[in-house]
Design a protein around this ligand. Structure first.
Ligand SMILES: NC(=O)c1ccc[n+]([C@@H]2O[C@H](COP(=O)([O-])OP(=O)(O)OC[C@H]3O[C@@H](n4cnc5c(N)ncnc54)[C@H](O)[C@@H]3O)[C@@H](O)[C@H]2O)c1
Length: 243
């Protein structure tokens, strides 16, 4: 029996790639697609979708995740823009309903491996900054991947104590701070999704870099997530939990 999947945000770049990926997978069945203005709750009910993949935008994702959980469907949330308090709220709701799901800031294997190794390296360096670069159609910044990277680094990272007084001549020049780690966001046509984590210490730097050059890179992770969530009884945050 294949797993019944509905895709929300199906007309977008990631939505279209997901429609093709789910359709091509014999273990998954695409039973519905929804776009801006559609009634998601009704579409889930009518299609009997077991899993709902969400690739919408930062303004829509909170409401759509709530709708998916209320409909007792397994959420596979790829949309970025959710912050920790919202994620914790959704985890509590899924735990109460014994409902498996995933919020994955990045579905590509390479990006997940970058985060995992960056977390390990953070034990040994006391300075680190993140540069994330995306296409100019990306609405939110910093990226969900950069936020998640900073959160994973923070587990092991002890920032250097400094008394140096620095001044931003133009506000924002030093990036946005998350867990005391500066994040710099670049938006340019020609880019897809790229991230660098740069560690620094006396006389040396160490750079980890990941480049998604095609959205197809996210699809094995999306398909895997659709298959794993139906076996879970909780909402996990990060693809590493189902690899
Ligand atoms: N997790 C990952 O691996 C990963 C990878 C790439 C992109 N993303 C994220 O996925 C999201 C989508 O990216 P994209 O490049 O496809 O964007 P996009 O702008 O091409 O597509 C978003 C789609 O969502 C639709 N939409 C907006 N509000 C909606 C609503 N309320 N209900 C249903 N549909 C709605 C839009 O009309 C659009 O078609 C972004 O948040 C992006 O950052 C995540």
């Amino acid at each position: 029996m294949s797993i019944r999947v509905l895709i929300n945000g199906a007309n977008g770049r990631m939505g279209k790639a997901s429609v093709a990926a789910i359709t091509a997978d014999p273990e998954l069945e695409l039973v519905g697609t929804t776009s801006r203005g559609d009634d998601l709750a009704n579409a889930i009910k009518k299609s009997h979708a077991e899993v709902v993949v969400d690739f919408t935008n930062a303004e829509a994702v909170q409401e759509s995740t709530r709708t998916i959980i209320a409909a007792n469907a397994h959420p596979v949330i790829g949309t970025s823009g959710l912050l920790m308090p919202q994620i914790v709220e959704f985890q509590a709701a899924c735990k109460k309903a014994q409902l498996g799901g995933i919020i994955a800031p990045n579905f590509s294997l390479g990006a997940v491996l970058l985060m995992k190794h960056a977390q390990e390296i953070a034990k040994y360096f006391s300075h680190v900054e993140i540069i994330e670069m995306h296409h100019d159609g990306k609405l939110d910044s910093p990226s969900g991947t950069a936020l998640r990277t900073a959160e994973m680094l923070a587990v092991n990272f002890k920032p250097a104590q400094t008394t140096k007084k620095t001044k931003e001549t133009i506000p924002g020049a030093r990036g946005a701070m998350h867990h005391q780690i500066p994040i710099h966001s670049v938006r340019l046509p020609g880019l897809v999704a790229h991230e660098q984590v740069i560690f620094g210490d006396t006389g040396e730097t160490l750079t980890l870099r990941h480049d998604s050059i095609d959205r197809i890179a996210f699809m094995p992770g999306v398909r895997l997530a659709c298959k794993k969530v139906v076996t879970l009884k909780e909402l996990v945050y990060g693809l590493e939990h189902v690899l």
